[in-house]
Ligand binder design. Sequence first.
Ligand SMILES: Nc1ncnc2c1ncn2[C@@H]1O[C@@H]2COP(=O)(O)O[C@H]3[C@@H](O)[C@H](n4cnc5c(N)ncnc54)O[C@@H]3COP(=O)(O)O[C@H]2[C@H]1O
Ligand SMILES: Nc1ncnc2c1ncn2[C@@H]1O[C@@H]2COP(=O)(O)O[C@H]3[C@@H](O)[C@H](n4cnc5c(N)ncnc54)O[C@@H]3COP(=O)(O)O[C@H]2[C@H]1O
Lengths: 141, 141
Amino acid sequence: QPILNGLLQNKAHFLIPAEKVANVQVDNNLNHAFLMLTKIHYARIPVLANDSKFVGLISLAMITEAMMGKDDFDLNRINALTVGDVCERDVPTVENPYDIELILHLLVDNPFLPVVSSEGDFTGIVTRREVMKSVNYLVHN
Amino acid sequence: QPILNGLLQNKAHFLIPAEKVANVQVDNNLNHAFLMLTKIHYARIPVLANDSKFVGLISLAMITEAMMGKDDFDLNRINALTVGDVCERDVPTVENPYDIELILHLLVDNPFLPVVSSEGDFTGIVTRREVMKSVNYLVHN
Ligand SMILES: Nc1ncnc2c1ncn2[C@@H]1O[C@@H]2COP(=O)(O)O[C@H]3[C@@H](O)[C@H](n4cnc5c(N)ncnc54)O[C@@H]3COP(=O)(O)O[C@H]2[C@H]1O
Ligand SMILES: Nc1ncnc2c1ncn2[C@@H]1O[C@@H]2COP(=O)(O)O[C@H]3[C@@H](O)[C@H](n4cnc5c(N)ncnc54)O[C@@H]3COP(=O)(O)O[C@H]2[C@H]1O
């Protein structure tokens, strides 16, 4: 299994640590998340509670959907909402140390995976980019 | 090179044909793209001219950025704009038949690649998901 062995050697490089991952808090006003996601251009970012517990993911589309009426958009519709009101909570996560075969399987349908400790603490993310980098390296060497 | 051979066998399955790819036209009003991207939840979609020529990519963040003033958002700021005013035009594309090693290299930094003929016609996209699916299959078999 040359691919698996190659990826296993790179495994330690896959985790992007929590301090490098843009995130918002579950009780933040939705306007704050709207501004942040507009500025940083990441499609989806993690939502945390009390600074470190993983809650879910949020994207711009989840926010603009909350602005939609029957045939118009209204920015005021999100003034009274929080990140927790619109974020997606049912997302797959993995624990550290993670199993490479599980990561490869889950990354087929998810652009990245939140890495969460058994107590629910957010420790970072594993992204498709890091795996693609490894595959690209293995093919060229 | 077992990985490359494995991926080469799957190569024909990587292309998602143009008729299955959500897109907007370069001269569409920006409000139309705003509504579409809110409903379909894809992070970025292709922008075409005259139905079939590839122009670039557009995301919700590019639209909400055009709504931003110094310290507020105003939906009216995009009423007079078109998709062509905000879309990103400098994106890597590949031609059919594409080279797998080039695809793997470009997919490290791009979630998908538009496939464009030598006359500039949009023929579809190659996504990381399809490559991840192949890698996942090769590891498990
Ligand atoms: N500022 C930037 N600098 C360099 N490359 C950039 C970039 N923004 C996007 N990309 C490239 O585009 C890919 C898709 O980004 P997207 O924002 O849709 O989707 C991202 C985003 O939703 C999330 N993500 C990645 N890094 C993040 C971070 N530091 N903080 C929060 N979320 C992150 O994970 C998804 C997959 O990331 P991945 O790296 O595999 O894949 C990224 C990366 O290859
Ligand atoms: N409606 C849906 N059904 C099933 N899975 C879904 C989905 N929407 C998103 N996903 C999953 O999430 C990944 C990231 O989607 P995203 O919209 O950020 O980023 C997407 C999107 O910007 C674009 N894309 C993919 N398929 C598209 C299509 N049919 N039309 C337009 N754009 C498409 O290519 C990027 C990479 O796509 P990829 O398939 O590798 O990866 C997709 C796919 O694994």
